[in-house]
Design a protein around this ligand. Structure first.
Ligand code: NDP
Ligand code: ZN
Ligand code: ZN
Length: 349
């Protein structure tokens, strides 16, 4: 079988800039699907990875794990999709299918999970997997999400990371009518968290770090907006979902939780100054719970997509091209970004 010619936008070092990059993807396996990528969202995880903020990245790197496109070809034994179907791919493209997390539909915790980029592909000789800032991708059919035919692909793309990452902990914490939810960090993930929490019946407060997005938060349905977590004292929140991508003081957030409240962490700041909690903070806030959450499995991602479409929940997006990636990364790291930037692949090459 022949390898598949592809083109994308790669960064070649943590100090680098994005450049057009020709490469090949592994050949179409029997249960694989070749997807023509139409749109790919830009997640802050792409920025952390491209700049080696979590670990030393694998270069050249083509980031992107919020992928929406159309099936172009299916492998000989692939049964789930047909040519022309609208489909999505998120943060991982394969896993072992045998371990306990795989059986429980939490493939993201599989020791052999292949993350969409900046990760060796354990099922293809360890070659680095390339992400969605590209014109096509080849993925095992079990790791592909079905998108209804009449759904808007550009707005759907970010759901495969920003959507599932915020939906999953809200479900895990059993958010329901009347739950007081705080969203910390109001960007790509944060505004999705706000929309899902509202749809689940919660009363939502947003905790940002400036007044810049106050109006948007209130317009989207937030009951309160705080430009500093210290102003939220007395808010007595049942759950805070922290999407913050920069260093911050976790104990400040425990302070605004109600008795028995939960702090769910999804934002993952750089390794050189990670947020931490002292034993004393945990003990003096006893019976409050702090947990991390990592995207979501394929089954829950499909559930999230169905929920989003049913409740008409989509991200606020701005379409950009591959030539704009460096500028978007700059804006995302300089308080100059709106909510989600989505690369229009058809306009990028
Ligand atoms: P964005 O850059 O779109 O949004 C981040 C928001 O947080 C911005 O609005 C920013 O404000 C705000 N912010 C930054 N620092 C602070 C602070 N100290 N206090 C309050 N608000 C702050 O990022 P994303 O939403 O795409 O991603 C957020 C984080 O989530 C990243 O670290 C990313 O890696 C992580 N992530 C984790 C996943 C998981 O599975 N756990 C999956 C996907 C992403 P401003 O507008 O001023 O910049
Ligand atoms: Zn992401
Ligand atoms: Zn597994």
């Amino acid at each position: 079988m022949q390898r598949i010619e592809a083109k994308g936008f790669a960064i070649h070092s943590k100090e680098g800039k994005f450049q057009p990059h020709d490469f090949t993807r592994h050949a179409l396996g029997e249960k694989d699907v070749l997807i023509d990528i139409h749109y790919c969202g830009i997640c802050h995880s792409d920025v952390h990875s491209a700049y080696s903020e979590w670990h030393d990245g694998i270069y050249p790197m083509i980031p992107g794990h919020e992928i929406a496109g159309v099936v172009k070809e299916v492998g000989a034994h692939a049964r789930k999709f047909r040519v022309g179907d609208k489909v999505g791919v998120g943060c991982f493209v394969n896993s072992c299918k045998e371990c306990a997390p795989c059986h429980d539909h939490y493939e993201q915790f599989c020791k052999k999970a292949v993350y969409t980029y900046d990760c060796p592909d354990h099922f293809h000789n360890g070659e680095p997997h390339m992400g969605g800032y590209s014109n096509c991708i080849v993925v095992d059919e079990d790791y592909i999400i079905r998108i209804p035919h009449d759904a808007p692909l550009d707005k759907i793309a970010p759901l495969f990371c920003a959507g599932i990452t915020t939906y999953s902990p809200l479900k895990f914490s059993k958010v329901k009518a009347g739950t007081k939810v705080g969203i910390a960090g109001f960007g790509g993930l944060g505004h999705m968290g706000l929309k899902y929490a509202l749809a689940m019946g919660a009363e939502v407060s947003v905790i940002g770090r400036s007044e810049a997005k106050k109006e948007m938060a209130l317009k989207m349905g937030a009951k309160h907006y705080y430009s500093d977590v210290k102003d939220a004292k007395g808010a007595n929140l049942d759950l805070i979902l922290s999407t913050i991508p920069t260093p911050y003081n976790m104990a400040d957030y425990l302070n605004v939780l109600a008795y028995g409240g939960e702090l769910a962490i999804v934002g993952l700041p750089p390794r050189d100054n990670p947020p931490s909690l002292s034993a004393s903070a945990l003990i003096w806030h006893g019976h409050k719970k702090v947990y991390g959450s990592l995207i979501g499995g394929i089954k829950e991602t499909q559930e999230m997509l169905d929920f989003s479409i049913l409740h008409n929940i989509y991200p606020e997006i701005e379409l950009v091209t591959g030539q704009d990636i460096d500028r978007v990364y700059h804006d995302l790291t300089h308080s100059n970004a709106q909510f989600r930037y989505v690369i229009d692949m058809k306009k990028s090459f």
